[in-house]
Design a protein around this ligand. Structure first.
Ligand code: AMP
Ligand code: MG
Length: 599
């Protein structure tokens, strides 16, 4: 179930090197094929492994820059994908298999990943057993079946998984067939019993599918543009720079006139002015940075090399030879007139704003801000600024949400804390749906929650109550109230922030027309063991930094309870441990999601 990208049974072989994994598989595979089982294999190889050979066309095309190389011939084809930044996860690799043309996936390697495996063990190697440390081992195939075995270090504990003879291929095949049957039966019941248990990726995909890009655009003044998303391309109306100009304070001459003792100074050219004549041989102008280079001139010598003797200028070439065309910026060098500067879907920040201003634009067409209605639920929740009541907590969620929505440029309709009665929730939701493009609540969506919000939501719209395979943030409600998307976030303050980042922010970005809704991720080496459970995506609050040798490192902020908001404040990233890994160990590479630009 953790390997969400694969509907086939996946079975690994775990062993110390030297046990003969490949040799065994070479015998096992034909025996399985004989039973009509079509096998797909995934094998992990060492760091610099390459299936290609130097000199082959495919190799040359890859080296030329093709990051995906699909080579095909009559009897087989192969896809080679360059992954310089991060190695593919087992789950991603499984997703690339043609699952319609296999019945069973066998895996060699990936020993730290959480998925069913058969442990292979040979007594002669005198290695410890793996299954006491790995709960994913479903059987042990070994050659020390005799109970009189004297090697105490390899003695099998009594609570161990079923034991098979590593040399008896027929019994291994029988075990695998039975295991496949029970695996397939289990998957079928799991799917029908828990239709609402979802992975983070699947949940986000469902949400994004249901969200449409806003159709409402408007033209705004420059000052209103920061954080907004462009609704139309920005086209350069002029060349940048608009004229060929000097990159230095110095003297402009002709490049066909470099070899000369002294030049007659004919004019000064300041920025914002120009020299109306054509510069002829023997002449120079004194020119300032950014000023247009006169007709005829094309080379600028910096002031520090020049000496001016009563209007005759000479240059000291011992301080640097003069090269034709030096220190001159050509018109249109940065951008040609008519070129697309920004595409629709680009979010406007300081640099974009400056560039638009530099073209002389004082306005642009952008998507209208998304109106988001917001409220908190729960009888125990009270507003900050009111006297503390016993057994109550102050409303934190509305404020974290308001801050994150503001950062995204949303317009906020704050409905406050809603009393936990059917009438109050009904009125608020109807009201919010009429006015807003999106409605967000927090609290009351967990399974077994006594709050009325679930009842009212079910009456008013088409809402799914999901259990997402993640921590923090398992309960999540999503659906539509009429046409308006609704998010029912959990109550726990950290869970609210994490689910907002993973689900609500991408949805808002899509609605806003933002082409780049994917959150930025980086890869870092963990300095601590990061706890995780297989089948679940874990978000640990982390602090990343760069080590003395330039490596990105990360550690956790400490206590990780989903009510501990301080952990979010101390964190500068979330450490994401994917569902197909048990724990991340010290020194492992983990995915981190930087938070600086998002909170
Ligand atoms: P719930 O999902 O409603 O069961 O809430 C889970 C936990 O989050 C409970 O301990 C609530 O008291 C807490 N909680 C709910 N809403 C808020 C809020 N607006 N601010 C802070 N904590 C909250
Ligand atoms: Mg509650």
């Amino acid at each position: 179930m953790s390997l969400t990208h694969c509907s086939l049974p996946v079975l690994g072989f775990a062993a110390f090197s030297g046990t003969g994994k490949t040799t065994l598989l070479e015998k096992l595979i034909p025996a399985l094929v004989e039973k009509g089982i079509r096998i797909a294999m995934v094998k992990h190889a060492h760091h610099d492994f390459d299936v290609d050979k130097p000199g082959k066309d495919s190799y040359r095309l890859r080296k030329a820059g093709a990051t995906q190389m699909l080579i095909s011939a009559r009897y087989r084809h192969a896809l080679m994908t360059e992954t310089p930044d991060r190695e593919c996860t087992l789950n991603q690799l499984l997703g690339q298999l043609d699952q319609n043309n296999a019945d069973l996936v066998l895996v060699e390697g990936f020993k730290h990943n959480a998925f069913p495996k058969i442990e292979l063990h040979r007594a002669a190697l005198d290695k410890p057993w793996l299954h006491p440390e790995d709960p994913n081992i479903v059987a042990v195939a070994c050659d020390d079946s005799s109970s009189s075995s004297s090697a105490s270090s390899t003695e099998l504990p009594s609570t161990s998984p079923p034991r098979l003879d590593i040399n008896d291929i027929a019994s291994l095949v029988g075990f695998i067939q039975r295991w496949m049957e029970s695996h397939n039966a289990q998957t079928a019941t799991c799917d029908s019993l828990s239709p609402t248990l979802l992975s983070v990726d699947d949940g986000r995909a469902k949400i994004l599918d249901a969200i449409a890009v806003s159709e409402h655009t408007e033209t705004c003044d420059l000052n209103e543009l920061p954080h907004r998303v462009l609704a139309a391309d920005i086209i350069a109306p002029v060349n940048v720079p608009s004229s060929t100009n000097s990159a230095m304070d110095g003297y402009a001459i002709r490049s066909d006139d470099i070899e000369r003792e002294g030049y007659r100074l004919v004019s000064d050219v300041f920025a914002g002015h120009h020299y109306a004549e054509t510069l002829t041989a023997g002449e120079c102008v004194r020119i300032m940075t950014g000023a247009p280079v006169p007709e005829g001139a094309d080379t600028v010598i910096m002031r520090e090399q020049a000496s001016d003797d009563n209007g005759t200028v000479s240059f000291d070439t011992t301080k640097g030879a003069i090269r034709a065309g030096q220190n001159v910026r050509q018109a249109g060098e940065d951008l040609r007139r008519g070129a697309t500067v920004f595409q629709a879907g680009k979010r406007i920040g300081a640099a974009e704003l400056g560039m638009m201003a530099s073209f002389g634009f004082d306005r642009a067409e952008v998507f209208k801000p998304i109106k988001v209605a917001l409220f908190s639920t729960g009888d125990e929740v009270q507003a900050p600024g009111t006297a503390a009541k016993s057994h109550c907590i102050y409303d934190a969620n509305r404020y974290t949400l308001r801050a994150m929505l503001t950062k995204l440029g949303c317009e906020i309709l704050d409905f406050g804390i809603i009393e936990d009665t059917e009438a109050a929730l009904h009125a608020t939701l109807s009201n919010a749906t009429e006015q807003a493009d999106m409605v967000i609540s927090s609290g009351g969506v967990s399974v077994g929650d006594a709050d009325y919000i679930k009842t009212v939501l079910s009456q008013l719209g088409d809402i799914n109550f999901w259990r997402v395979n993640m921590r923090p943030g398992r309960p999540l409600a999503f659906g539509k109230l009429g046409d308006v998307p609704f998010f029912g976030l959990p109550g726990n303050p950290v869970a609210v922030m994490v689910t907002f980042l993973q689900f609500v922010e991408p949805a808002i970005r899509k609605m806003q027309g933002d082409a780049h809704w994917q959150p930025e991720t980086l890869s870092a080496i963990t300095q601590e063991r990061v706890r995780s459970r297989r089948g679940r995506t874990e978000y640990t609050r982390g602090i990343y930094s760069i080590s003395a040798n330039g490596q990105l490192e990360v550690r956790s902020t400490g206590s990780q309870g989903s009510g501990i908001l301080r952990s979010m404040s101390e964190a500068n990233c979330l450490i994401e441990v994917s569902p197909d890994v048990d724990n991340a160990e010290v020194g492992d590479r983990v995915t981190i999601i930087p938070l600086a630009s998002r909170l």
